[in-house]
Write a protein that binds this ligand. Sequence first.
Ligand code: ADP
Ligand code: MG
Length: 702
Amino acid sequence: MALRPTILNPLFTAADTLSGIGTRIAKLLEKLTGNRLIDLIWHLPNGVIDRRFAPKVGDAPAGRVCTLTVEVLAHSPPPNRASRLPYKVTCGDDTGRITLTFFHAQKDYLNQVLPVGETRVISGKIEVYDGQRQMAHPDHIVTEGQKEAIQRVEPIYPLTAGLSPKTLVKGIAGALDKLPDLPEWLDEAQIKRDTWPGWKDALLSAHHPDSLLDLDLSSPIRHRLAYDELLSNQLALAMVRMKAKRLSGRSIKGTGGLRSKVLAALPFELTGAQNRTLGEIDQDLADHTRMLRLLQGDVGSGKTVVALMTMLSAVETGGQAALMVPTELLAQQHLATLKPLCEACGVSIAFLSGRIKGKARDAILEEVRNGQTSILVGTHALFQKDVAFHDLMVAVVDEQHRFGVHQRLELANKGRGVDMLVMTATPIPRTLTLTAYGDMDVSRLDEKPPGRKPIDTRLVNLERLVETISAVQRAIKSGSKVYWVCPLVEESETSDLAAAEDRHRHLSQIIGENAVTLVHGRMKGPEKDAAMAAFADKESPNGPKVLVATTVIEVGVDVPEATVMIVEHAERFGLAQLHQLRGRIGRGDKASTCLLLYHAPLTETATARLNILRDTEDGFVIAEEDLKLRGGGEVLGTRQSGLPEFRLADLSVHADLLIMARDDTKLILDRDPDLKSDRGEALRTLLYLFEQDAAIQTLRSG
Ligand code: ADP
Ligand code: MG
């Protein structure tokens, strides 16, 4: 990020450069929001305490936060150190008295901040105890001269254990002091119309709210800030896409000869959705611009065949195609599916992964280079430098969120005007699609291949664990395999692992040492693949029947004999994640069961969410409902979905702003594609501010 405008540099320095913030606090900040000034600045309050109410002591009502100016009258320490009674300090004014109470008090400290005979300003909630006014542990105790500083509306921030509000507020204030004046990147007319403040004013107001109204996500302040973030997102995506499209594409018009051979070899007909999608793809291919299309379809909706047909068009036109997938095992499964079909139509297909080395690798690379290989399937190995194609025309990227934008582009750069199809099994609501892909063309496989048995999904109280394990044993006896997914603990990967290890041990004791295997995120790739492969293996009768896992199985593997999915603490997962996990079963011809074990009591929302899952298997319905139910603060199941996480915008409230940002982006790039105008320059600053690296790269490489 060498080109970051210097005016932004102070915001990107570490928080521990602020006075009052040392290493310990910096660590806590890191956990809470991030440890740079910019992270503190994005950390907005979610509540307020109004301390402006400053009555006389005699008028101070119970239950309300008051700021009182009082004389300190007397200290009465508890009778002895061991006493559970509080330390009391009596204060008052000409209208009445109030007792300040302190538990575990330090006498010296209290004498220092509340010296008898002096006037002090205190702020906190008034309580009545035994008919007397009290204030337990006032939030503030200051001298009269400092009254201004506390008699105001105080923001309340989300905290983390060990971090005091005072320290955080001080840190944020320090960061806000460094806010630079930045050029306006929004359209002046728009700002006027919506009465939005400027960026800096908006931030200052967001951190110094006058009332709860200012915290409302629909306030002009929050709209402005959310819009900035969404605009940076849309602009970044559009720029990356524009760069890809600028390189002109090629018109690919397949003869259909190879496709028809494959169709004849397939034991099924294509579904309506597959045919419709192929129609959309064929138009893109025939066009002279490059294709950049997202294919969304639930697990099992038949994306692989669509990918193959797309690649065959390239081969029919005399070119090559590549299919890139995120893991070795998945790549091998794709190869196993595609190979017989390629043989049926006489197309040569090869496989490449990081584990193929030396002479074997050289031989594969040579055939790809000289065009003998028509279709190359593989992992990240495909976009490595020494991989060269004779004439790459079409690239397909499966489970594309596991790859960076750049990895995708690098693969595309291995050909001339390469048409790209990216596929995902994560169903995403339309608004969210926009944030993840911008205005990309989207096809949806919204119809399942016929003959699939519905999955019986049930919610089960975790207290019924013993019965659940018996059910698992019965399933194994009847020849089934079982996935057992362990709870996701947000705070720590270590505790994720501990939970999975415990369950593995427990199930091994009951079901048998060899029958249970464990896969988790800390395992190295080959180790993980080996464990998965053992579970997937049809041939070995003594192989593992139960796979205990953290969510690493999410993107993955086809095990038709797996008919049972158990998810522990289902209430902790995102709906999209649960849906994906469930998609691992129901792939064979036997009926499948998914048990969502929950920890009672469930909140109303949690119940509603899990019920959606019980009631439908349609990923798109699930995704839309999830977005609707998701309150602002609720944990999104985005960690695995590759969706951007916004810090200021909340799409359950700001979806309209997203559409505005998309339209604004179009106008901006139509008029000023290289961001060279004054507003363009300001927009560059916006991109840096929100760390839109991929877009910035396109600016730099021109
Ligand atoms: P995805 O990659 O979308 O999860 P796959 O492409 O692996 O799904 O397809 C899942 C299964 O459905 C495969 O066994 C595939 O052969 C089968 N299949 C695909 N299309 C059809 C169809 N039109 N009719 C019947 N079965 C199909
Ligand atoms: Mg697939």
